[in-house]
Design a protein around this ligand. Structure first.
Ligand code: 4G4
Length: 238
């Protein structure tokens, strides 16, 4: 998977050199290319923005500079994503879809945003990471790179992708490790039993419980087994 990022602040992406994403890049499982939009300014002061037509506060990024930065990439098959508060809100299903692409171009806006004409010209999809406003699209682009990269073969343990939160539509069950007693609290007995079938059943019930209490709206959009529904009804009566 290749990510090209069009940004005015390439230094912000340094954090992706850490941990799992950094390792994935070293192993060449993913490639992250940072393109500084400012490099494409034709202005002697490297200016990329200007005041909005029609008046109003702040500055708008010029369409020509963004277009020239985009044209430097040269791949008609790449999907261009604009990270903006006006986009469809990202979820795990969308992440999984995007992970099937070979090449994503991520466009990061700043100030009051980017001139609409170049958005209309080059953007395939507008995505938001949630209903709040940030100073720039860089953090959303990093969120997208992180979450999509997890689906690239070899980046993380395959089992964790399938078992985890959301992939089955439910929240995760709680995890425990040593010590067996912490501040007078014991690890749930069942986890020490070595009885894997019962452990799996217990974990499934804990997932249902977590989802019912913390994010009940998630239960509306998924089909549960007969067994799950029986257990969920018990939880509701508790
Ligand atoms: C595009 C238009 C994304 C980009 C306007 C970007 C929140 C998100 C930006 C802006 C962003 C999100 C400056 C408002 C950059 N804020 N929720 N800001 N603004 O994904």
């Amino acid at each position: 998977m290749k990510f090209d990022v069009l940004t005015l602040f390439p230094e912000m992406f340094e954090s992706l050199k850490q941990s799992i994403i950094g390792k994935a890049e070293e192993k060449e499982l993913i490639e992250i290319n940072l393109i500084n939009i400012r490099d494409f300014s034709k202005n002697k002061h490297k200016k990329v923005d200007d005041t909005p037509y029609g008046g109003g506060a702040g500055m708008v990024i010029r369409p020509d500079v963004v277009y020239d930065a985009y044209k430097s990439i040269k791949d008609e098959n790449a999907k261009v994503i604009y990270l903006s508060p006006q986009g469809k809100v990202l979820n795990q299903k969308k992440v999984e879809q995007l992970s099937k692409e070979k090449h994503l171009i991520l466009l990061c806006g700043h100030y009051e945003g980017i001139d609409q004409r170049v958005i209309d010209e080059i953007v395939d999809e507008e995505i938001s990471i949630g209903d709040y406003v940030l100073t720039g699209g860089e953090i959303p682009a990093m969120v997208l790179i992180d979450t999509v990269s997890r689906y690239v073969e070899g980046v993380i343990n395959e089992e964790s992708v399938n078992e985890e939160s959301f992939s089955q539509g439910l929240l995760e069950y709680p995890q425990y490790t040593r010590p067996e007693t912490f501040n007078n609290k014991k690890v749930p007995e069942i986890l020490l039993s070595g009885h894997h079938e019962n452990i799996n059943k217990w974990r499934r019930c804990e997932s249902l419980k977590n989802t019912y209490y913390k994010r009940p709206e998630l239960l509306e959009n998924i089909k549960l087994s007969e067994e799950d529904n029986k257990n969920l009804n018990k939880i509701k009566k508790m």
